[in-house]
Ligand binder design. Structure first.
Ligand SMILES: NC(=O)C1=CN([C@@H]2O[C@H](COP(=O)(O)OP(=O)(O)OC[C@H]3O[C@@H](n4cnc5c(N)ncnc54)[C@H](O)[C@@H]3O)[C@@H](O)[C@H]2O)C=CC1
Ligand SMILES: O=C(O)[C@@H]1CCC=N1
Length: 279
């Protein structure tokens, strides 16, 4: 953490996920004066600027000033975004200090290393974070590239663990983690919204229904993590024989909820693999 408070941290792309990672860092004591962010649109950088980050339109400044550089653009933008920094890091001595951290869905280490090969001596780590990092409840994984040092790996794990859990996984698992945990928050928002709709249908005011739904999801998640009981056991503890819950479970099973959720994670994983095959 000491190093994190001294180094400069860059974001090539300051959108939803870049913002979530930055917020996680700032909550733990990194200063906005250490943050460098770039993007093509001045208006989208305004909120970063107001908080005290250094903003720039081209990506060269971020590459030059930051020690750790998050690649946080959409996957199809990557090559253009990196090409934009070749002129800045034009000697091995400038590139050698740089650690790139890719959060891009689908893009493999091999492609990242190819794209960054002109920046001799640079290193890369592929990670898959999720937006709840913003509120201290992230779920991230990482996989180091060939040139990454032990220090780089510990550093990236430290950053991601500032805000939730983070585990090392083989690269072959990252697309599936993206489908489960990267995309997962959106699946859960949909479920919370549907629970809220159900509550409203049965007469609960909307604000109350949404907060009850969200707290119920939070409470159930903590029960799974803190009791370490099997989810089936926890479910059974809520279902009284002939009661309300098992009646609701029957309705869910009739609607194919398990299959729908499994299909969603399979589809998201396959989409991530597909993104990795596009150049
Ligand atoms: N949003 C999420 O929940 C997660 C996203 N990711 C990955 O994070 C990456 C970014 O996703 P989001 O933040 O959601 O997208 P976003 O669209 O919110 O942010 C992307 C940012 O890149 C900027 N940008 C566009 N062209 C650029 C260029 N040439 N140079 C520099 N910046 C440029 C855009 O102005 C925008 O601010 C994606 O590759 C995605 O796969 C990974 C995990 C979760
Ligand atoms: O939807 C996407 O492609 C990104 C990757 C994981 C979450 N959001």
């Amino acid at each position: 953490m000491d190093y994190l408070k001294q180094c400069n941290i860059g974001f090539i792309g300051g959108g939803n996920m870049g913002t979530a990672i930055c917020e996680a860092l700032v909550r733990k004591g990194v200063r906005y004066s250490q943050i460098y962010v770039s993007g093509p649109h001045e208006d989208k950088l305004e909120s970063w600027k107001k908080k005290g980050a250094h903003v720039s339109i081209g990506n060269g400044k971020v590459a030059e000033e930051a020690d750790i550089i998050f690649l946080a653009v959409k996957p199809h933008i990557l090559a253009a975004a990196v090409a934009n920094i070749y002129d800045t890091l034009d000697t091995p001595s400038k590139a050698a200090n740089k650690l790139f951290v890719s959060i891009l869905a689908g893009v493999k280490l091999e492609s990242l290393e190819n794209i960054l090969s002109r920046l001799e001596g640079s290193r890369v780590i592929r990670v898959m974070p999720n937006t709840p990092m913003m509120v201290g409840e992230g779920c991230s994984v990482y996989c180091p590239g060939q040139q990454a040092t032990d220090f780089d790996t510990v550093l990236v794990k430290t950053i991601l663990e500032l805000s939730g859990i983070c585990q090392l996984v083989p690269e072959s698992m990252i697309d599936a983690v993206g489908g489960l945990a990267g995309s997962g928050p959106a699946f859960i928002y949909l479920i919370i919204e549907a629970m809220s709709d159900g509550g409203v249908k049965m007469g609960i005011p909307r604000t109350m229904a949404t907060s009850f739904a969200a707290q119920t999801v939070l409470g159930a998640a903590r029960m799974v993590l803190e009791t370490e009981k099997h989810t089936g056991v926890l479910k059974d503890e809520v279902c009284s024989p002939g009661g309300t819950t098992i009646t609701g479970i029957h309705a869910l099973e009739t609607g194919g909820v398990r299959v729908a959720i499994m299909n969603a994670i399979e589809a998201a994983t396959k989409k991530s693999e597909e993104l990795g095959h596009k150049k």
